[in-house]
Design a protein around this ligand. Structure first.
Ligand code: FE2
Length: 184
């Protein structure tokens, strides 16, 4: 199996797309599969934010693309938290799922067209494999987490990735600041 971080990220993207398809087509699987989708995306995003975005920004010179991708994660987290609160048999769920699919599909496409090619071009194979290991370890540690389980330290990392100055704000103030930057 490839350890290249860009391959590992793309594998997750394909997995998420297949979960989207099932959730859209088969309402009867929603109650069971929604937590799977939400934690997979939360773990994937925390691992990217901790291990991949800092390297893309500092080593591959992708400051603006990373900031934009990070802002899209903020939106995805909020939508996923809202989806996990919806009754899976309600119209509200249906609408929220559409919002999640649209936002995440857009994000995945942009990440695959900007951030990932930059990593492939500017980091060597050994570094991408090292990042792949770090990504998998972090992802594993976060599987089971929901977006709401994010820590203050992780929120500070999000702010740094998105280039948002936050000083030493507490968790609530950080949440409010980051929410203003949640973007599609
Ligand atoms: Fe991402």
């Amino acid at each position: 199996m490839s350890e290249d971080v860009t391959d590992l990220i793309m594998q997750d993207h394909r997995e998420v797309e297949s979960l989207f398809e099932k959730l859209q087509r088969e309402p009867e699987v929603r109650a069971g599969l929604t937590p799977v989708l939400v934690t997979l995306l939360a773990a994937h995003s925390r691992a990217e934010e901790a291990e991949v975005y800092p390297a893309a920004r500092d080593e591959a010179g992708e400051k603006d693309d990373v900031a934009h991708s990070q802002e899209e994660h903020l939106l995805a987290d909020r939508l996923l938290a809202e989806l996990s609160e919806c009754d899976p048999f309600s119209a509200a769920y249906e609408n929220k799922l559409t919002e999640v699919v649209d936002a995440v599909t857009h994000h995945v496409q942009e990440e695959e067209e900007t951030v990932l090619p930059g990593l492939r071009d500017r980091l060597d194979d050994a570094r991408r494999a090292e990042l792949g290991k770090a990504f998998l370890k972090s992802r594993q540690e976060h599987l089971g987490d929901m977006p709401q389980d994010i820590t203050r330290e992780e929120m500070r990392r999000q702010a740094a990735n998105a280039d948002i100055p936050v000083g030493d704000k507490d968790k609530q103030a950080l949440r409010e600041e980051l929410d203003q930057h949640a973007d599609s």
